[in-house]
Design a protein around this ligand. Sequence first.
Ligand code: GLU
Ligand code: MG
Length: 469
Amino acid sequence: MTLPADHDEAQPSPLRQVAASPDDFRLVRFLYADHGGVIRGKSVAREFLPERLASGIGHTVAMMAMSMLDSLQPVAGMGPVGEVRIKPDQDTLVALPYAPGAGAMVADLVQQDGTPWAACARTFLKQAIAELASQGYAMSAAFEPEFTLGSRVADPEGGPDRLVPADDSLCYSGTGFLQAHDYVMELVDALNDQGLRVEHYYPELGHGQQEVSIRHAPALRAADNHLLYRETVRGVALRRGQWASLAPKPIQDQAGNGAHLHMSLTELVDGESAGPPAFADPTDRYGLSATGYHFIGGLLAHLPALLALTAGSVNSYRRLQPQFWSSAYTVYGMDNREAAVRICSALHGDASSSVNLELKPSDSSANPYLALGAAIYAGLDGIRLKLDPGPAVNVDPATLDVAQRADVGARRLPESLGAALDALQADPLLMDALGSLRSTAYLAVKRSEIAAFAEHDAAWECFQHFIRF
Ligand code: GLU
Ligand code: MG
């Protein structure tokens, strides 16, 4: 995936423009992502849509203290008393091709007077984007999600349901294309009809594993796109009697599902329109500017803490193993698929192509707004402090010995969600950026998930994740 010099992503997709009018729907969902990484929402009937567009739908504050197991955590300010509003962003209205008669909008959680709520994840990303703008930059981003297509099958032994993959095809293989074709064509249409701009599709390494990538977009839109994408991948499968999961490791002995985060910056001109790419320098041997190296320096410096937000579930750490191309060490490299941060080469002959950075330890069990917002804060810290990321590592870091790894500054990434949360709590930059209410609730929710999964085996963990993500 490459990011452009021509900023075509700033233009709304024509598909999105014609996508939907409120009159088309009997119900419109207002969707948001919670601290468990789960997408939730409420819907309103057409008759009352105009009122709810203005007011939002009432919602208990407690839902941001709810875990991915629907276990409510004790967080001050998120108890049974108190209301916020699920307030939709009207620019995001789409018809849901997999839910006839229904539309959806992505929503913020706001206070009753309409001002931002301190625990709204989408607001966190908006804050990060504003912080970036105050330093003269705008971000283009894309999530590059993988998922497993299959069916949900009861275990004859009475254990948790299993995800049985739809095929046993090889990576990028012709057989893989053939076996997933009908589902994939329906998915591609459904994504394009919502204005998500499908860019590539191919069957990937694991059984049933698919990758459908979406064109980069301004950061907020990229996260909104990923929310709609997750819903669509699962919605299209459900209507076909299949099951699709974006969980990081839905099947223990198969390749994991990443959602690598691609990012590039452009300079803001007059504080508004996007100017030249800020990561490109044709004179550098990897084509990356000093700003790009500093951004990597920030990502690597904060990486153990950042993981708590980009790889946000217990299941995430089953994926992040050496030599699975998901990354396991704090290194960056040129087109290195074992590096946590990959400098992606520009496509020769594609005028819109430009160098971009890919963060690999990121998956779809994360809240996309927290993940991208935190990556922005980390990278921006690197720019402000002009952090040197050290040497590029252009070999698989797992093949280096201990001394060699120490020489290039390669540290093993946190090996559990608990270790990543510890790193987050010890990272003042990210904790300050999150703010007290959001960080308290996030930590409580995630710590509760760790405790719950510690009581069960891997099969139960995979089950709980593949039915939700
Ligand atoms: N499935 C790998 C992951 O977990 C990524 C493979 C690839 O490079 O596409 O991140
Ligand atoms: Mg892939």
